[in-house]
Design a protein around this ligand. Structure first.
Ligand code: ZN
Length: 271
């Protein structure tokens, strides 16, 4: 049986065929997986993984939510020196004051998505949960949703925007129509101005090609992610193929900022 490394066509110097950069997947949750399993998988695939724990106030409902310096430091200590990137997936927009800048800057990167939203009464709710009602009007939904994405990007110091362009399941079939050129441009320019990388997400196969091309032209950086949620590490084939099709090269790819230059240390946030 061929190993995954051979299947991906890893060429000389350990680079995958057609790409001039090493493979990295910045979206792996451990959940029921162990760190050792991920490290073993990395040896098999040649992909360097970035591991995430959810981070934010305890109001966010996840089995584990890092909510203070001590919890963040424990997470960092657990992953240190294992050849993985140490990341966190921030939730909502009120997490920054839960931590000291010094501790946040010890994370390699912070990623977020825009799946936790405000419901009609302003309360936080997971837009993928059964209890969420996005209304019937996709236009009305998009109007506040794009504002919300921009608010997240402008008010929190992020490295990566994950699950880009995703919309609530009810409107998935209309996604491309709902993401007008103007809306895509607004979000792309916000990513550019905030220096936030965009995930090329193998789990939901987003963003779309027009968005990716626009972001590439503006010099926005990209990361790969498969949103592995435990049980196993998912493949990033879609991300790889998309990068090949777009002609992405090393200069287009996200790398964690060095100490002293991390968004949590340098970003001027919108109040
Ligand atoms: Zn995630």
């Amino acid at each position: 049986m061929r190993t995954r490394r051979e299947f991906l066509g890893v060429a000389t110097a350990g680079l995958p065929a057609g790409l001039d950069f090493a493979l990295e997947d910045y979206h792996v949750h451990l959940n029921t997986m162990t760190l050792e399993q991920v490290v073993a998988r990395s040896r098999e695939t040649g992909v360097k993984y970035g591991l995430l724990e959810h981070l934010g106030t305890k109001e966010n409902e996840y089995p584990i939510v890092l909510s203070n310096d001590k919890e963040a430091l424990d997470w960092i200590a657990k992953l240190k020196d294992h050849g993985v990137y140490i990341g966190a997936q921030a939730e909502w927009i009120d997490w920054v004051p839960c931590f000291s800048k010094e501790v946040l800057s010890r994370l390699d990167y912070i990623l977020t998505d825009s799946w936790t939203v405000r419901d009609a009464s302003g309360k936080r709710i997971k837009a993928f949960s059964a209890g969420y009602n996005p209304g019937d009007d996709p236009e009305a939904f998009m109007k506040w949703y794009v504002d919300w994405i921009v608010e997240i990007l402008e008010t929190t110091p992020l490295d990566i925007w994950s699950h880009p362009m995703w919309v609530t399941r009810k409107f998935t079939s209309q996604l491309e129509r709902m993401w007008t050129e103007e809306r895509m441009r607004r979000v792309v320019m916000t990513c550019k101005n905030t220096n936030t990388a965009v995930e090329i997400d193998s789990s939901v196969r987003l963003p779309t090609v027009p968005f990716l091309k626009m972001a590439k032209e503006e010099g926005v950086k990209f990361s790969f992610g498969a949103s592995s949620q435990g049980a196993r590490v998912n493949p990033i084939d879609w991300s790889i193929n998309t990068a090949r099709e777009l002609g992405l090269t090393k200069k287009d790819m996200f790398q964690p900022a060095p100490q002293g230059r991390k968004p949590v240390q340098t970003r001027k946030l919108r109040a």
